[in-house]
Write a protein that binds this ligand. Structure first.
Ligand SMILES: Nc1ncnc2c1ncn2[C@@H]1O[C@H](COP(=O)(O)OP(=O)(O)OP(=O)(O)O)[C@@H](O)[C@H]1O
Ligand SMILES: [Mg+2]
Length: 316
């Protein structure tokens, strides 16, 4: 939970009631976020839940229909210029020039920001992100992981105080994702605040705190451990050679809110521990199946939250 003694100047983001509607659809619905400076926060939620829209409002790129607050101490409604100057925003889609080299792309961005000592700044960015030997390579010929490094170099070139990274590792292989996260933590150690949206649970676990939204509504916010502990969800795991037969038998039974495979194990989760225990007891003693209770995974909790929000959204 957030330390109540934090003052306004300790906060990177402090927004209340952030709302954005596109036509009849409320993409972001009264979202409150209070994020201290210097941390790495994960921003999670299903497709179309409003992450990009929220990020764009926080950056001052999109005007909310309702709500107010500050980003880096600047008013998100009135000081978007100041915010843009101090934020490094990496968009969800690769948005650099594919027919320019890495270096040329960075030169272009440096010009846009009017960066002084351009040559030195670019040399350093190339070096920091291991791009020096590839600087003449055309951006369009880079693999996904290298493209993301270029995008990270570009959005940190103007020495921002905060990074907003929108699904920076989507479609990137595991090694490149790991390297990317090492870079994020390196930048965080230098004092940058980072908000990063992702669909990957392992990435969520690397964050100081996470925010989870579904259908535009903030569902939960906090440390991974606290979110799991506070979810009110219980999980039993069935392992063994016969678990495949169990899946259909357990689905829809009282106590089993969610039944899903993880590797070779079946996770059965629910909010009613008594009913869940009864269900498990009724299916224990089967040959080739062993049961044990475990801490729900973050994914179990998110699927649970998503189910709740779907109910709230009238089955949307
Ligand atoms: N400019 C726009 N005009 C109309 N509708 C929009 C616009 N931008 C977003 N939306 C809608 O708002 C909702 C939220 O979209 P948003 O892109 O913020 O979600 P997201 O959480 O970033 O999704 P994803 O995980 O797929 O990137 C979606 O229903 C989307 O179709
Ligand atoms: Mg998005």
């Amino acid at each position: 939970m957030l330390d109540a003694s934090l003052s306004q100047s300790d906060l990177a983001i402090d927004v209340r009631g952030l709302t954005k509607t596109f036509g009849k659809r409320t993409a972001v619905d009264h979202v409150d976020i209070t994020m201290p400076r210097g941390q790495v926060w994960g921003f999670l939620g299903p497709n179309g839940s409003g992450k990009t829209t929220t990020i764009r409002m926080l950056c001052g790129l999109l005007k909310p229909d309702a709500g107010q607050g500050t980003c880096l101490g600047y008013d998100i409604l009135k000081q978007s210029r100041e915010i843009k100057r101090e934020i490094g925003y990496m968009t969800q889609k690769f948005s650099y020039w594919e027919d320019l080299s890495i270096r040329e792309n960075l030169e272009f961005v440096a010009n846009l920001y009017g960066i002084k000592n351009r040559r030195q700044v670019i040399d350093r960015a190339l070096e920091d992100l291991g791009l020096t030997t590839r600087q003449k390579q055309l951006a369009g010929t880079l693999s996904g992981g290298w493209k993301q490094r270029l995008a990270l170099a570009a959005c940190t070139l103007h020495d921002p105080k905060m990074l907003m990274l929108d699904e920076p590792t989507a479609g990137v292989d595991p090694q490149a994702r790991r390297d990317f996260w090492d870079q994020i933590h390196r930048l965080s150690a230098q004092g940058l605040t980072v908000l990063v949206s992702t669909h990957y649970m392992d990435e969520a676990e690397r964050c100081d705190q996470i925010v989870y939204i579904a259908y535009g509504k903030l569902m939960t916010q906090g440390r991974v451990e606290d979110i799991i502990a506070g979810s009110g969800l219980y999980t039993f795991v069935a392992e063994g050679s016969s678990v495949r037969d169990l899946m259909e038998r357990l689905r829809g039974q009282p106590g089993a809110d969610h039944v899903a495979y993880f590797g070779n194990a079946l996770h059965v989760s629910g909010g009613d521990l008594g009913a869940l225990r009864k269900l498990v007891a009724g299916h224990s003693g089967m040959p080739g199946v062993q049961w044990h209770q475990m801490r729900p995974s973050l994914e179990d909790v998110f699927i649970h939250l998503m189910g709740q929000s779907t109910d709230n959204a009238g089955g949307r």
